[in-house]
Ligand binder design. Structure first.
Ligand code: BGC
Length: 384
């Protein structure tokens, strides 16, 4: 090949490489961007981190409550939409809300009568949900400012959050040192790794409380979303939403989601459990072995074609159909969140485990490490 032609070919190749992103950075902005989101009433600065991958997905997380404030995911036409409920500014979160996107701890879900015994000592917690303790109490992990560090984990851009929950905080024993890592992978997964250690026996149950609407936040209710939950059993509740202790078969009940079923299909049937929950607000006993990352559930939204899979190492998942949303909250882009405009799949240990010896243990001892993983994976439905 004459030298001029060779030079032209090489030059052309380089241009293609730069423009179409065959290079390491181009077209694959796998990165973390940081900015200030606001200040709490105590003057603490709250940071916002934006994690992006090269597949058009973006996760935005703030250091207040470790809240996922936005989750942009492509639909079947490649158009990104925000599938997480939340607020545009910190003020929305500070004014109070039903745990949108937040990290929940020290104990996610309910503890009956706000008390439990451990090693013969009775501990009293706040009763912030009628007679019961809910989601870590009055000032749970959802309302504290976490220390943060960005990193590029093996799987993609990551944000590490740290919090030291002091001995006696919200009534719980032991200094609990917590790390939560959010990683956005190239497979459109938001991976959450939870870790904790303690200096005294305590109870721990961490989760994330994101409300999803796969049609886009504020775009109507979630009753047409089709849900699959990989569980043969669930934990029935009493009228205060505390498990009775029974592990009941889902067979022949509106809780059988082993085959995909639209949320709205059976939510209105005459059933005492649905009446207690005002819809779905129940813990499912996941099939498969605890500690192994396995499929907990899959949700698909027909109009957008978006599909979300949830994988977890946890024994259970709370399926909450947003029954308490009531149109009083105005969220992002001025959208009003009406009843059932979002759903949650909170991976967890079973509610009230500290008072239910037959449930898998939630006790963490000094020297041991609490370690769980949950993945929210986004896909597009295959054409039928
Ligand atoms: C609970 C609901 C509660 C909601 C918001 C869910 O995890 O199961 O009963 O209303 O959180 O607080």
């Amino acid at each position: 090949m004459p030298i001029r032609k060779l030079t032209t070919t090489v030059l052309f190749g380089v241009i293609v490489w730069m423009v179409f992103g065959l290079g390491p950075e181009a077209n694959s902005p796998k990165k973390v961007r940081k900015q200030v989101f606001g200040k709490t009433s105590r003057g603490e600065t709250v940071e916002l981190y934006r994690l992006t991958n090269s597949k058009g997905m973006e996760a935005t997380i703030i250091t207040y409550g470790g809240i996922i404030v936005a989750l942009k995911v492509p639909d079947r036409n490649g158009k990104a939409g925000d599938v997480a409920l939340g607020f545009d500014s910190l003020e929305g979160y500070l004014k109070g809300h039903p745990y949108f996107g937040a990290i929940i701890g020290r104990y996610g879900n309910r503890i009956g009568k706000g008390r439990f015994s451990l090693n013969g000592v009775e501990y009293t917690l706040a009763r912030n949900d009628g007679d019961n303790h809910l989601h870590g109490g009055i000032k749970g992990f959802d309302k504290v400012v976490w220390k943060s560090k960005q990193s590029t984990g093996q799987g993609g851009p990551a944000l590490e959050l740290f919090y030291l929950s002091k001995d006696g905080e919200e009534g719980y024993p032991g200094n609990l040192s917590v790390t939560v890592t959010y990683t956005l992978t190239e497979a459109n997964e938001l991976r959450i790794d939870y870790q904790a250690t303690t200096d005294k026996d305590t109870v721990v149950n961490l989760t994330n409380h994101s409300y999803f609407n796969l049609a886009g936040q504020g775009e109507g209710d979630i009753l047409r979303h089709r849900v699959m939950i990989n569980a043969d059993r669930f934990t029935p509740i009493d009228s205060g939403l505390i498990p009775t202790g029974e592990l009941r078969s889902v067979d022949g009940t509106p809780f059988d989601f082993r085959q995909p079923c639209a949320v709205g299909e059976r939510i209105g049937v005459d059933d005492q459990q649905l009446e207690f929950g005002k819809g779905y607000d129940h813990n499912f006993v996941l099939n498969g072995s605890v500690g192994t990352l396995r499929l907990a559930g899959r949700v698909s939204e027909p109009a957008s074609g978006r599909v979300m899979e949830v994988l977890t190492t946890e024994p259970g998942v709370q399926f909450y159909s947003g029954n308490f949303l009531d149109g009083t909250l105005r969220g992002k882009g001025d959208k009003v969140y009406q009843r059932r405009y979002g759903f949650c799949l909170e991976t967890q240990h079973f509610p009230d485990s500290p008072n239910k010896p037959a449930f898998p243990s939630v006790v963490l001892k000094p020297g041991a490490r609490y370690q769980t993983t949950t993945i929210y994976r986004f896909l597009i439905a295959s054409k039928e």
